[in-house]
Design a protein around this ligand. Structure first.
Ligand code: PMP
Length: 398
C-alpha cells in the first residue's frame, strides 16, 4: 500500500532549520524559524520557568490525567492575562478556556469546533499570513479565503483595502486576526484601526478569531492585548488562540489555550461542551507540565515580576537589533530604504529581499531566510550583524 505514496514536500520553514544545522560554515546565521534567541544566539530557558519547575518538581505527587479541557487554575490565569483580571467577560462567565498543546493546538481545536458547530463557514486569513493557518483550517474541512493586509509599497498595513474586503464578509464567517506582532510582516493595527475593525465585525455579524502568539513582544503584556480588548465588546462573540511558546520560551512543552467568549454564560458552557468533545477525539487531554509552569509563574508575585522583566528584556533586545540592523546597513552604504524594519514589531519583518537574493544569501554566505523574505530579527546579534549586513549589501549590489 505505502509503496505508491509520493513524498510530501518538507515544511518550508522547519526544513530550513535542517539545512542550517547541516551547514558547516562557522559564520552561518539562521533568520528562518520563529524562535527567540539571546545575544549569544541561544534559545534560553527563562529563570522564572526554571524556578517554577523546581517548585513543581518538589511538590507534585501525581501524573494522573488532567481533565479534557485541562487545568482550571491555568484557564483562570490565562483569562486574567488576556483580558485583565477585572474584565466583565470573566466576572460574567461569558469567557471559557480550554488548555491546548501550543497555539497550533488551540487553533486546530478552534477549527474542529467551528467545522462541527458552524458547518459551511469560511475562514478569512490575512494576505500574507503564517503558512500554517491555511493548513490548519483546511485540515478541519473548512473553506479559507483571504483579505488584503500588507502594502509592500508602504511596508505598512493596507488598511483601506482590508476594510473594504471585511465589509463584504458574510455574517457567520470567521475572521482570523493576528492580535500583535503579525507573522510574517511585523506590521500591526493601531488602536484606531482595531476600533474600526471591531465596528465592522459587530455590524456584519462576523466571528473574530484572534491568534495571540506573541503577547509581550510588541509593546508590553497589557499594551499588546489592545486588539483583544477592542473586540471584546458587550455581547460580542469571539475566539482567542493564545500561545506561551514565545513569551515563556516554552516551545517544546506545547502550552497554549483556546478561549471562547459567548454572548451569555450558558452559551459559553454549551460551546465548551463541544470544544471538549473535539479535544477528546483529538488527543483526549492536554500535557500538564508546561501549563503548571505558566500557572505557577502567573500566580506568584515574585516569579511573575521576574517573568515580566524577562519578557521585557526579550522585547527590548529584538528592538535594539531592529535599530542596529538599519544603522549597520546604512553604514555599509546600502541605498535601499530599510528604515521600516525599525518601526515593525515582534520577531518578524518582511525584508523585501527577493527569492533570488534570499537564495544568494544562503548559497554565498550561509544566511538562512524564508523564501518570502521574512526575517526573524531575533536571529540577529551584535556579533553577527556586521557579517549579515555586509552580505546583504553584497547581494543587493549584484
Ligand atoms: N500563530 C502564529 C502566528 C505563530 O507564529 C505561531 C508560532 N510560529 C503559532 C501560532 C503557534 O505557536 P505554537 O508553537 O505555540 O504552536
Amino acid at each position: 500500500m505505502f509503496e505508491k505514496i509520493v513524498p510530501a514536500p518538507p515544511d518550508a520553514i522547519l526544513g530550513l532549520t535542517e539545512a542550517y544545522k547541516a551547514d558547516p560554515n562557522p559564520n552561518k546565521i539562521n533568520l528562518g524559524v520563529g524562535v527567540y534567541k539571546d545575544a549569544n544566539g541561544h534559545t534560553p530557558i527563562l529563570q522564572a520557568v526554571k524556578r517554577a519547575e523546581e517548585r513543581i518538581l518538589a511538590q507534585e505527587t501525581s501524573k494522573t490525567y488532567l481533565g479534557i479541557d485541562g487545568s482550571p487554575a491555568y484557564a483562570a490565569a490565562t483569562r486574567a492575562l488576556l483580558f485583565g483580571p477585572e474584565h466583565e467577560v470573566i466576572a460574567s462567565g461569558r469567557a471559557v478556556t480550554a488548555q491546548a498543546p501550543g497555539g497550533t493546538g488551540a487553533l486546530r481545536v478552534a477549527a474542529d469546533f467551528l467545522a462541527r458547530t458552524q458547518p459551511g463557514t469560511t475562514v478569512w486569513l490575512s494576505t500574507p499570513t503564517w503558512p500554517n493557518h491555511p493548513n490548519i483550517f483546511r485540515a478541519a474541512g473548512l473553506e479559507v479565503a483571504s483579505y488584503p493586509y500588507f502594502d509592500s509599497r508602504t511596508n505598512d498595513v493596507a488598511f483601506e483595502a482590508m476594510l473594504e474586503t471585511l465589509r463584504t464578509i458574510p455574517a457567520g464567517d470567521v475572521l482570523v486576526l493576528h492580535a500583535c506582532c503579525h507573522n510574517p510582516t511585523g506590521v500591526d493595527l493601531s488602536s484606531a484601526q482595531w476600533a474600526q475593525v471591531a465596528e465592522v465585525v459587530a455590524e456584519r455579524g462576523i466571528l473574530p478569531l484572534l491568534d495571540f502568539a506573541y503577547q509581550g513582544f510588541a509593546q508590553g503584556l497589557t499594551e499588546d492585548a489592545a486588539g483583544v480588548l477592542a473586540l471584546t465588546r458587550p455581547g460580542q462573540e469571539l475566539l482567542i488562540a493564545n500561545s506561551y511558546s514565545k513569551n515563556f520560551g516554552l516551545y517544546s512543552e506545547r502550552v497554549g489555550a483556546l478561549t471562547l467568549v459567548a454572548a451569555t454564560p450558558d452559551a459559553a458552557q454549551a460551546a465548551l461542551s463541544h470544544v471538549k468533545q473535539v479535544i477528546r477525539a483529538n488527543y483526549s487531554n492536554p500535557p500538564a507540565h508546561g501549563a503548571a509552569i505558566v500557572t505557577t509563574v502567573l500566580n506568584d508575585a515574585e516569579l511573575r515580576r521576574l517573568w515580566e522583566a524577562e519578557v521585557a528584556a526579550m522585547r527590548e533586545r529584538i528592538n535594539t537589533m531592529r535599530h542596529l540592523f538599519v544603522e549597520t546597513l546604512n553604514e555599509k552604504g546600502v541605498q535601499t530604504d530599510f528604515s521600516f524594519i525599525a518601526r515593525q514589531r515582534g520577531m518578524f519583518s518582511f525584508s523585501g529581499l527577493t527569492p533570488e537574493q534570499v537564495k544568494a544569501l544562503r548559497e554565498r554566505y550561509s544566511i538562512y531566510i524564508v523564501g518570502s523574505g521574512r526575517i526573524n530579527v531575533a536571529g540577529m546579534t551584535e556579533a553577527n550583524m556586521d557579517y549579515l549586513c555586509s552580505a546583504i549589501a553584497d547581494v543587493l549590489a549584484t
